[in-house]
Design a binder for this molecule. Sequence first.
Ligand SMILES: [Zn+2]
Length: 186
Amino acid sequence: MSQINLSSYENTGLRVAAGLANAFAAESQSRSNGADFAEALASILKEDPPSLEALRASHMQGFLDLARTLRQVFRSLIEGRTADAADTLNAMLAKHPANPHLAEENGVWRLHHHPSDTGLVEMWTSICAEALARLIGDGHAGRIRFCEDSRCRAAFFDTSRNSSRRFCTVRCQNRTNVAAYRARRP
Ligand SMILES: [Zn+2]
């Protein structure tokens, strides 16, 4: 199993993609009418303070649609349907390609992945799709999993050396181990 090396940009893209997909799954199981998703979205975008600052109620439907699409991509990857995931990611990338852009800030030139006037949903569609596409292109599609805790089932990507993680967090691992221990007791 090859070692996984992700840039911070790819890491952010993967974390946000998984966060959105999981927020969508939680939202579709609740009756919050979007309130839970809005709260989860704000927490996910804390990764990037300018995005959180730019977030408006009018972005919600776009992020919900993106989250639904990402959930499908994760499901396709976990079920081994890589071609389906690739089709969806290619369509996302064709519609919202990365757009490297130089901008001068306080006399310093910086290369951004998008011009600053790119729409928030469009920008994150591009970032999430590119991060997942790179992961697949690098041969790591198998590192995308659903957490084995039956009450969680969150999508996560496994960065462990031997690609053997079964749970999204230690919390889920402990919860499952405790339940298994209780079930074994007479
Ligand atoms: Zn979990």
